[in-house]
Write a protein that binds this ligand. Structure first.
Ligand code: WQD
Length: 322
């Protein structure tokens, strides 16, 4: 049985490819290399260059490798960009998924695993977010992920595919320095960039109703995200009627101020004292996952802590910015 991993040359995707390969699952990667890089792939893994929007490419690849399961990670993931370019985000994330599901159904693929996001919850007003917490996305990015989950479940029910949607919380770190995040769009790389340049880290608001006034998030090592995919893939293979929707987080809240402290400690770069700016529009005060459901369903829990995430992100940063 071969798994097609879309977006497998990207930051999260390349970690999933690595973990699936180490677990002995045969994989083939489809990536349009818009943000991915072929060098991210483990030796011996086949890369087909193309987009999930191209039905001809999909038909060819699904048949050529006798694909029986799909892990769909390709997609656009920048929240601010999704507000600027909603039509583009719906096209890339939702139309791409629709085309891929059509090709998968016709090729008789029996398992479909979809990368979703905590962005489906929007501004949750709860201490721990469970999968029953109402979904109310507040930007087009989160909307495409929620609508994508619905589409995956509907197509899975109609065409006999076991399905899973994995809602990633705040991903950070790297399994090896080479696999680090190229983008500087999230807290950890943004703080690393500022400190490395001798500048003050930025804090988007310190007047939130949280213990230190800064936003609280649930950071998770990308390698833990990857092992959760392996566990979910195996579950789909064992349970043809699976219809899973699972949070992937650690269940531990870490504030922006705390995270900046860990980053200063790990890097030894204290820089200027953090500079507090106004709140960033659309930021919830606190988003922390309950880990109960994924633990019960997949017997999976996170292994890496925040310090290890930062240490590995810093090693990757230094490799790319010598
Ligand atoms: C974290 C916290 C910022 C930079 C987003 C998406 C989510 C998921 C992960 C993909 C916030 C604060 C940041 C800085 C700061 N994406 N911050 N100074 O917004 O929690 O989640 O990425 O699936 O769906 O919404 O992540 O890393 O941007 O911010 O104070 O220089 O750090 O305001 O409170 P976010 P983030």
């Amino acid at each position: 049985m071969t798994w097609l991993i879309t977006g497998g040359a990207g930051y999260v995707g390349s970690h999933v490819v690595r973990a699936m390969t180490e677990a002995g699952e045969p994989v083939v990667v489809l990536d349009d290399l818009s943000t991915g890089r072929a060098e991210r792939l483990v030796d011996g893994v086949v890369l087909e260059t193309g987009t999930v929007l191209d039905r001809e490419v999909l038909d060819r690849v699904l048949r050529k490798y006798a694909v029986s399961g799909v892990v769909h990670i390709a997609g656009k993931k920048r929240v601010a960009e999704s507000v600027e370019r909603p039509l583009y985000y719906y096209h890339e994330n939702l139309e791409g998924l629709r085309v891929l599901l059509g090709a998968a159904a016709e090729a008789g693929v029996g398992r479909f695993l979809f990368s979703s996001s905590a962005a489906v919850y929007g501004m949750p007003d709860v201490d721990l977010v469970t999968e029953k917490t109402p979904c109310a996305p507040v930007n087009p990015y989160g909307e495409t992920k929620l609508a994508g989950e619905w589409l995956v479940a509907a197509a899975g029910a109609r065409y006999g595919m076991a399905t899973a949607a994995l809602r990633y919380f705040n991903v950070a770190g790297a399994a090896t320095p080479e696999l680090g995040d190229d983008g500087v769009f999230n807290l950890v790389p943004m703080v690393l960039e500022r400190l490395d340049a001798g500048e003050a880290p930025l804090v988007f608001g310190d007047d939130y109703p949280t213990p230190d006034g800064t936003c609280v998030r649930d950071y998770i090592h990308v390698e833990d995200i990857a092992t959760a995919h392996v566990a979910a893939a195996r579950r789909l293979a064992a349970d043809p009627s699976a219809r899973l929707v699972l949070n992937i987080g650690r269940g531990e809240g870490v504030s922006v101020a705390e995270m900046i402290g860990v980053i200063q400690d790990v890097t030894g770069l204290t820089g200027e004292p953090p500079r507090v700016l106004a709140r960033r529009p659309g930021d919830p005060a606190r988003v922390v996952s309950s880990g109960d459901l994924i633990r019960a369903e997949l017997d999976w829990s996170a292994r890496w802590d925040v310090r290890e995430m930062v240490e590995s992100a810093w090693a990757g940063w230094r490799l790319r910015h010598p």
